[in-house]
Design a protein around this ligand. Sequence first.
Ligand code: ADP
Ligand code: MG
Length: 227
Amino acid sequence: MILKVKNLVKNYYKDNEKIEAVNNISYNFEKGKFYAIMGPSGSGKSTFLHLIGTLDTYDEGSVFINNIDVSSLDDLQLSKIRKEEIGFVFQSFYLNNNMKAYENVIMPIMLDKIPYKDKKEKGITILNSLGLEKRVNHYPSELSKGECQRVAIARALINNPNIILADEPTGNLDSKASEDIVSLLKKTNKKYNQTIIMITHNLEIAKMADRIITIEDGRIVDDKWIF
Ligand code: ADP
Ligand code: MG
């Protein structure tokens, strides 16, 4: 088991009102499977994904990554897991506009003690594998939205993570680009046996996953394989 959450609870407090954003979720994610998370806006999907990705703290429960309870880790160990085991993809690509595509891709490994030449080669190899061989030296402003998201995916893949967490990765894309992006995620999911968890509002996109989890009011209300 690579990824598991148990009785996870996250509350927010606003104007003296308690918001139960994640309300006692337990789930075992199977290695190598592609999950889509659906549900109404404000139902807790992003909060849940952030907790899985150790990007935020929770009030109760546990998150296990590779059977390690992440609450037992210190900041350094946690950032190591985040860097080596998890790749993040977001709706707004969060690319640095002053950096070329390959420079964006190698951002997460810039401080690693390997020669720059090797980093660059690694970045270019990943961009090539995602069909961007002709866009390596382009700046984000010179790329389509679909290409920008592919660069962001390349960056998420740079450390060959076991887990990819994607929060509405197609939210800014038209339907053709959306389908291309999810096909790409599916391809890397199969090729590297990654566990992918992707939030989407689009049922057609969600159906490209192996399983659809539906969240409402901070709880999992439905969960089924797609055949
Ligand atoms: P979703 O991704 O499904 O749209 P979110 O996880 O973003 O939902 O939000 C779940 C609930 O938690 C919503 O009611 C939202 O308003 C609330 N919420 C999210 N982040 C915060 C925050 N930082 N402070 C207060 N409330 C928040
Ligand atoms: Mg959200």
